[in-house]
Ligand binder design. Sequence first.
Ligand code: 5RP
Length: 223
Amino acid sequence: MDQDALKKLVGRAALDFVEPHSVVGVGTGSTVNKFIEALAEARLPLRGAVSSSVASTRLLQQAGITVLEPHEVTKLGVYIDGADEIDPQGCMLKGGGGALTREKIVADLAEQFVCIADQSKQVETLGAFPLPVEIIPMAAAQLARRFDAMGGQARLRHAADGRAISTDNGMHILDVRGLQITDPLALEREISAWPGVVTVGIFARNKAQVCLLGTGTGVQTLR
Ligand code: 5RP
């Protein structure tokens, strides 16, 4: 099975975690797009969804699903999202698609984070994937020096036109290579406290309680 088929498989499997007539939290990315497709096909009766990006909002609305703002709910039963890496404890690196800040906000509203991913995302230790960090633009050089001091190499993410990418929040992204993240919670706390950091793409405080992993032999449920 190719990666696309594995994403489709876990996107469908995530439907089992969505309560009828509930509001579901929806992440961002190519795997989540498969989940949105599955939601649309299943015609599950839903009160709506809280979305983590402009891109997911557009797809949800095209599928006829009502998109609610975070302030319209006090909590969500479940948040479904992908990951760039997930470790055996359910800690993740996220933000490859640049939506990490809104993803963390919506994940924080949810009682349960269900991560959907193909098996290429499973790692022992986080950090081979460059760590995304959403930042206030004026802090870029200062933050790059901080990462340099801890052995990481930070690069501003650029779009195809050569300009620094602008997130849904009008911010920039640093991608940091060369970090071995052995204590995700401690590093998340440390980087989150640096002036100029909006959100670090380590999801340890908001880790996944369940991971639906797409493998050649089907969906593995890891808890
Ligand atoms: C977006 C994310 C995505 O969940 C992550 O990049 C995985 O994406 P994909 O499902 O396309 O592999 O964090 O900010």
